[in-house]
Design a protein around this ligand. Structure first.
Ligand code: DAH
Length: 340
């Protein structure tokens, strides 16, 4: 038998389970200390009285005290869980806007590059790439550009070290392809090119180009015009007018620049086309025999045409983007507009 006073104290402690079940977070903390606290908790006090009891009393009181301790711990734990769950539920703000899942999108320039290469693929062109760090020899000399030509000047070209540049155009890949593969050759070469250009609405120091090269027996300027007509009518629209203007490039003879009807004003004149009604989309021409010679192609048997265009500029026109720098700033407000 336990002494009556300890019995009553234990009964009173056990009865506090009702308080535990209704406690808020702070009350629960207080109850935990008050009842189970290791220094002055009510149960601890009872256990401290055990040594003064007879062995029989000690066993009975000890067992009961330990049972009440377990029950209270369980009750406090259960109440704690309840409170935490309630807090979480209260933290759900049903008026909060839903978090949208971000989906990746193809960059507008990449999209234009892929579309252009796909159209040329229909005409039998393979897609190949070449190095961005290039020797002067491939970037200039093999393309019939003497090193004292203005284009080879330090002001236009990033030199990595003497004799090695960041390519200023994709044309050096023409030479790499001709040295590696025998005719017939039909390739398009997308890639980045680098120039010491200003960073302004119409210039960037790094931008995309797509080179085209065809080498075979009996290739003529007519074949070139047919391929470009096909490209323009499939990329822009079937009724987009194309014109070829005489021009000069060291690596082609004759050389031409290709214009299409301004996609903004359809030819009436606007700021995009500087009131001309036309937009230049590429430089081109018949491959110069000197280039064939420096790349080991028999210029007696073969002829060819080549072209180079800027898909970044084309993307500006197609999507009505006013500033080329927007293509390279990775501003999500801009890029997200191209998500499908
Ligand atoms: N490489 C020239 C440039 O960067 C573009 C070009 C013109 C490429 C005529 C060609 C070409 O292949 O035949 O401005």
């Amino acid at each position: 038998m336990a002494p009556a006073s300890l019995d009553e104290r234990l009964a009173a402690i056990a009865a506090r389970a009702h308080d535990v079940a209704r406690a808020d977070a702070r009350q629960l903390d207080d109850l935990r200390t008050e009842l189970l606290g290791r220094k002055a908790g009510a149960l601890t006090e009872v256990l401290r009285a055990l040594p003064s009891l007879t062995p029989d009393e000690r066993r009975v009181v000890g067992q009961r005290a330990n049972q009440i301790k377990r029950e209270l711990e369980a009750a406090i734990g259960a109440r704690q869980d309840e409170l935490t769950r309630g807090e979480r539920a209260a933290a759900v703000d049903l008026t909060m806007p839903a978090r949208t899942a971000w989906r990746g999108a193809i960059h507008p320039v990449t999209r234009v590059v892929d579309e252009i290469c796909d159209i040329f693929r229909e005409l039998g062109f393979a897609r190949v790439v070449g190095p961005e760090a290039e020797t002067e020899e491939y970037n200039f000399t093999k393309l019939n550009i003497p090193l004292d030509h203005p284009a080879a000047d330090m002001h236009d070209t990033f030199y990595l070290k003497p004799g090695v540049v960041l390519r200023t155009h994709t044309s050096p890949v023409q030479a790499r392809v001709m040295e590696r593969y025998p005719p017939p050759i039909r390739v398009v070469v997308p890639g980045l090119v680098y120039r010491r250009d200003p960073w302004d609405p119409s210039h960037a120091p790094v931008f995309e180009q797509i080179e085209g090269l065809v080498v075979d027996e009996g290739v003529s300027f007519v074949d070139f015009k047919a391929a470009i007509d096909y490209f323009v009518h499939h990329f822009f629209s079937a009724d987009t007018a194309v014109r070829f203007r005489p021009s000069f490039f060291p690596f082609t003879e004759p050389s031409a620049e290709v214009d299409v009807r301004c996609q903004m004003c359809r030819g009436s004149g606007c700021s995009t086309c500087k009131q001309t009604g036309w937009m230049e989309i590429m430089g081109a021409g018949m491959v110069h025999p000197a280039v064939f010679e420096s790349c080991g192609i028999d210029a007696e048997r073969n002829t060819g045409y080549a072209f180079g265009m800027g898909p970044g500029r084309i993307a500006l026109v197609r999507y009505g983007i006013p500033d080329i720098r927007m293509l390279y700033q990775n501003d999500m407000r801009f890029l997200a507009q191209f998500a499908e």
